[in-house]
Design a protein around this ligand. Structure first.
Ligand SMILES: Nc1ncnc2c1ncn2[C@@H]1O[C@H](COP(=O)(O)OP(=O)(O)OP(=O)(O)O)[C@@H](O)[C@H]1O
Length: 652
């Protein structure tokens, strides 16, 4: 048959049209976790932050002074500002589209890359607005510019028509975004008025030049349905409110603002407020360009360095030799602090911006705060003396506690009958020791080789522990696994429980990264939550994060925690030579000691999740545990996967 006939007869199916390219915002819908860190309640609320941060950037740049945030009855959100308005003129690169459409339908489109339109902004990747658009079943953007009102509508990231003039706007300017999150992505999660209210109010404290109005059609019985926030006093007012009348060592907080331009000839500024109190635990809330950074970062490191060096220098000046013993731990214990910096082109870890990584911020903040702190201590010797005495006392207490623990543990190890399968560590002080609760004997094998004998102990559990929620309390004491665990911990069960007897600093649950592992981890967490709650409250309980994949390319090897991270790295490359070899760990037992050590056990390179109870909603955590550990086992794995962030905070 002649060649041309062959081609004529073949159906025209395999041509360019059969090559698929994920276009526009499809990748966001396919893998939302990569852009907003998940699809849970926290991720849902993050959508509001993305849109609100754009309005805040407009305000901080001096173009807006009012922002309105409204939660509607159907859980749609409206965020309106009186800024310059997102540009609607045709985009030079895509003349057939408006800049508005390019911004909302293209990743990495924005006005914050070069610092020309904004000096210091929370936005920097040019993805926030488009991600919200992609994950909303409906989004309407109105722009009031040049006395005209424009509008464009979208659904799941796709424009429903071009930008249109919809009326006159003689006395108005700015941007209004209304979106309704897509239930296909966020499932049953809904906006919580209390959570929104709190984060919106903190924004107003962070930038005193803005007034934020809040309105909610949903009444949760505790959150005001209307409010206006404007705080000319900035962070000192915020600190006073957060500390809620607690007695303090300094009469007024140590607070201030330094403009980096004036001091260091570089754009940006830092604002802070701190006071010390005997009556509650300390805290530090930090922000960069009004974006909360719950995991801190370089700005926070700079802040503590300034305070620590300042107080030690002051101690030396007044001849208090004990001041040299103060550590950062003592400062943090009773210190309540707020730090907010504005810098150009900040670098964060991840799109949800939990930790600031810009190296320069450390130096800028440290130098700015240090000068002021020295002056403040010298000018207010009464407060300075009170703080110094308090910190010295804390340092002494800390050292005494450590000594007590040393003796305590020595006697405890002698007296106690320890379970036979416990592989104990050799340190005779509790400080710095860790107990890994491991799944199965095989995992115990590599863990034994990977551990640091001095500080890391292992307790292998055979199979699943008793589900304490379903069990009568008499059964608890006779369950072998629970008995072994309680003995190894040294704390006693029920009325004999005493947290002071705890034999290790950290208790780390280390299970396989699969359904069974997650089940065992949730059984253990339930046990601690219901029987040894003070251990969680005191921050002793952790989850290990073993990786699921290892990528090897030539001499280079990296580990990935999940499928999404693996795919991201495969796309980006890992910087080695040749083909990338992917291996999937089926369980901890499959990892060799070197892998296990590097990724999961060695404090220098591993990742741990600290298990915490959501302070805002402790009752809810109880309900959830009850619901999940009660009747429906299949929900548990999903719970761990989706809600890990709800009960856990990262601690690297
Ligand atoms: N309310 C607004 N007023 C004026 N311009 C806006 C507004 N919202 C968005 N923009 C413009 O749209 C651009 C894209 O916003 P988007 O949220 O996608 O990314 P970004 O803020 O630049 O960075 P990030 O992804 O880190 O949030 C911004 O850089 C800004 O130029």
């Amino acid at each position: 048959m002649p060649d041309d006939l062959l081609t004529q007869d073949a159906p025209a199916t395999y041509d360019a049209s059969s090559i698929e390219v994920l276009e526009g915002l499809e990748p966001v819908r396919k893998r939302p976790g990569m852009y907003i860190g998940g699809t849970d309640e926290r991720a849902l609320h993050h959508l509001v932050a993305e849109v609100l941060d754009n309005s805040m950037d407009e305000a901080v740049a001096g173009h807006a002074n009012r922002i309105e945030v409204e939660l509607h009855a159907d859980h749609a959100m409206t965020i309106r500002d009186n800024g310059r308005g997102i540009p609607i003129d045709p985009h030079p690169k895509f003349p057939e589209k408006s800049a508005l459409e390019v911004i909302l339908c293209t990743l990495h489109a924005g006005g914050k890359f070069s610092g020309k339109a904004y000096e210091t902004s929370g936005g920097l990747h040019g993805v926030g607005a488009s991600v919200v658009n992609a994950l909303s079943d409906s989004m309407v953007v109105q722009v009031a510019r040049d006395k005209t009102l424009y509008e464009q509508r979208f659904s799941r990231g796709v424009p429903l028509g071009p930008v249109e003039k919809v009326g006159a706007a003689p006395n108005r300017r700015g941007t209004t975004v209304t979106f309704h999150a897509d239930a296909d992505i966020f499932g049953h999660h809904k906006f919580k008025p209390a959570r929104l209210f709190k984060s919106i109010r903190s924004k107003a404290y962070l930038f005193s030049g803005v007034e934020i109005r809040w309105k909610s059609a949903i009444d949760d019985g505790e959150t005001p349905q209307e409010a206006t926030f404007h705080f000319p006093g900035g962070l000192s007012d915020y600190l006073r409110e957060t500390m809620n009348g607690a007695s303090t060592y300094a009469e007024a907080p140590f607070s201030g603002t330094v403009d980096f331009q004036q001091k260091f000839r570089t754009p940006g500024k830092v604002e802070w407020a701190i006071n010390w109190t005997p009556s509650r635990d300390g805290f530090l809330q930090s922000y960069c360009n009004t974006v909360p950074t719950p995991e801190g970062g370089t700005h926070v490191a700079g802040f503590w360095a300034a305070i620590l060096k300042g107080i030690k220098a002051y101690g030396e000046l007044v001849g208090n030799k004990k001041a040299a013993q103060i550590t950062r731990e003592d400062l943090i214990a009773g210190g309540c602090a707020l730090v907010s910096c504005f810098i150009r082109e900040p670098e964060f870890v991840g799109q949800t911006k939990d930790r600031l990584a810009t190296v320069e911020a450390q130096r800028l903040v440290e130098n700015a705060v240090r000068d002021h702190f020295d002056n403040w201590l010298a000018a207010d010797t009464k407060s300075a003396g009170a703080i110094l005495d308090f910190l010295v006392l804390r340092a002494e207490e800390r050292m005494r506690r450590r000594q007590e623990k040393e003796t305590q543990r020595k006697s405890a190890t002698k007296k106690l009958r320890l379970p036979g399968k416990l592989v104990d560590c050799s340190s005779n002080t509790r400080e710095g020791t860790e107990l890994f609760i491991v799944e199965g004997d095989s995992a115990g094998g590599s863990a034994k080789m990977a551990r640091d004998r001095k500080t890391q102990a292992l307790l292998p559990l055979r199979g699943k522990i008793l589900n304490v929620l379903g069990a009568a309390s008499s059964k608890l004491g006779s369950n072998a696994e629970i008995n072994d665990l309680t003995q190894a911990l040294g704390v006693g069960l029920g009325s004999r429980f005493n947290i002071d007897d705890l034999r290790y600093d950290r208790i780390i649950i280390m299970t396989d990264a699969d359904v069974d592992g997650a089940h065992i981890a949730s059984l253990l967490m339930t046990f601690f939550f219901t029987q040894m709650r003070p251990m969680i409250d005191a921050g002793h309980l952790y989850l290990a994060c073993p990786p699921l994949f290892r990528l090897t390319q030539g001499a280079k090897r990296v580990y990935c925690i999940d499928e999404a991270e693996k795919n991201e790295l495969l796309e980006k490359g890992i910087g080695g030579k040749g083909k990338i070899d992917v291996s999937r760990f089926k369980g901890l037992g499959e990892m060799d000691a070197k892998d296990l050590k590097e990724t999961t056990m060695d404090p220098a390179s591993r990742k741990l999740i600290r298990v915490t109870i959501d302070e805002d909603e402790p009752g809810e955590t109880g309900d959830l545990v009850e619901r999940l550990m009660g009747k429906k086992p299949e929900l548990r794995f999903q719970y761990i996967q989706e809600n890990a962030r709800f009960v856990a905070e990262l601690d690297v």
